[in-house]
Design a protein around this ligand. Structure first.
Ligand SMILES: Nc1ncnc2c1ncn2[C@@H]1O[C@H](COP(=O)(O)OP(=O)(O)O)[C@@H](O)[C@H]1O
Ligand SMILES: [Mg+2]
Length: 374
């Protein structure tokens, strides 16, 4: 390979974004490329012939001089500078900046000469600092979330449970448990209190669940279960709501459907959410159908309604937490589908929604069959 011509070398040095600076044995600057001019702010003609210390913070000049002298005496010919401590440069305007540099030594007739390649790492350091700040902020946010989680789960639940228990006790005392007569208006109030406290409890539970799902702290207690039983339980608890809306809920799951390795309580929560939505967003006197289909790999359970449907532009958001369509009455908190999705995914399954405005919505859950059934 031919050696590079002086002209080509000169061009490469001029092009370099890094500062390339040469100094002689007296630490006087003998060469200063364009990169050095851009970084330090000096034109070559004003800095060549000047001492190197002009480019170094005052406090470091002494140590720096000693280091170069020591390097000059040693046998190593090239070295990264500032390996043990950070180094800094000083611009013409007095501004100090963090730098990375390497130094090389060449022998000449007048003694060793040195060339320094130096990079301004201000932007890099700033980005590192910013990353560290963001990391610290994210960690603080996670800690705050866990604190809120603790607060909500214990300190808020206990008083809500107390209200529930006492409201229920007032209602029971009317059932002849004790010889007290409770005025009807008090019974009415107690019933409303109980309902409100139950709603509050359900909301707390939902908030805890989304938080747990997001932090990966939801623990499943999986066992072999008959999905039909789980769906049936969900439909049973929702029957008052279905009756109120005059909705016929049909379960169309036959015996073929194998048992699945699932957490029955969590899957009950999923089906309650989906069937609850189907009832809530349906027109009176329409039907909600829960059907299943089986392949060798998986079981799919679909909850289908003939309700209002969801416009295509809103469909991508339905699984987002707190999301609710502006069109529907906002009776819930918008957490049901987010939780359902989280639970299904925690089971290694899939959830998908399909909807057409005016025609209805179907939500399909696919759960993998366990090894025992495969
Ligand atoms: N079966 C459905 N038919 C029409 N819209 C639905 C249906 N299920 C969900 N949605 C829309 O998605 C939103 C989010 O549902 P969800 O997460 O269960 O929250 P919530 O039921 O508390 O509103 C609902 O507010 C509604 O706008
Ligand atoms: Mg819901």
């Amino acid at each position: 390979m031919e050696p590079l011509s002086d002209e080509l070398l000169a061009r490469i040095v001029a092009l370099a974004a890094d500062a390339i600076i040469c100094i002689n044995v007296h630490q006087t600057i003998t060469f200063f490329n364009d990169g050095a001019s851009r970084i330090f702010g000096y034109a070559p003609e004003e800095i060549v012939g000047q001492p190197l210390r002009l480019l170094i913070p005052q406090r470091a000049v002494h140590a720096h001089r000693a280091q170069i002298a020591e390097f000059g005496r040693g046998t190593v010919v090239a070295r990264k500078m500032g390996e043990r401590s950070q180094i800094s440069g000083v611009r013409k305007n007095g501004e100090e900046f963090p730098a990375e540099a390497a130094i090389a030594k060449m022998e000449s007739v007048e003694g060793p000469i040195y060339s320094v390649v130096l990079r301004d790492v201000t932007a890099q350091r700033r980005a590192e600092t910013r990353t560290q700040e963001l990391l610290a902020a994210a960690e603080a946010a996670l800690r705050a979330r866990d604190e809120v989680l603790g607060l909500v789960s214990h300190d808020l639940r206990n008083p809500v449970n107390a209200v529930k228990m006492l409201a229920a006790a007032i209602l029971r005392s009317d059932a002849g448990e004790r010889e007290v007569s409770v005025p009807p208006v008090v019974l009415e109030h107690a019933a409303v209190m109980l309902q409100a406290a139950n709603q509050m409890d359900a909301l707390i539970q939902d908030l805890l669940d989304v938080t747990r799902l997001e932090s990966g702290k939801l623990h499943l207690h999986q066992q072999s279960c008959d999905v039909r039983d789980v769906v049936q339980r969900a439909v049973d608890t929702l029957s008052p709501l279905a009756a109120e809306h005059a909705i016929d809920v049909i379960i169309d799951i036959d015996d073929e459907v194998p048992s699945l390795w699932i957490d029955p309580d969590r899957m009950l929560q999923v089906f309650s959410n989906l069937i609850g939505n189907a009832i809530k967003f349906s027109l009176a006197k329409s039907a909600v159908i829960v059907a299943a289909s089986v392949t060798s790999r998986a079981v799919s359970i679909t909850v289908r309604d003939e309700g209002s449907g969801i416009p295509a532009d809103e469909l991508p958001f339905v699984f987002d937490r707190f999301w609710q369509s502006k069109r529907t009455n906002r009776s819930g908190a918008g957490l049901g589908l987010a939780i359902a999705r989280g639970i299904v995914i925690a089971h290694g399954g899939n959830i998908a929604i399909d909807s057409a405005v005016g025609a209805g919505t179907s939500v399909c859950i696919e759960l993998l069959r366990g090894d025992e059934e495969a």
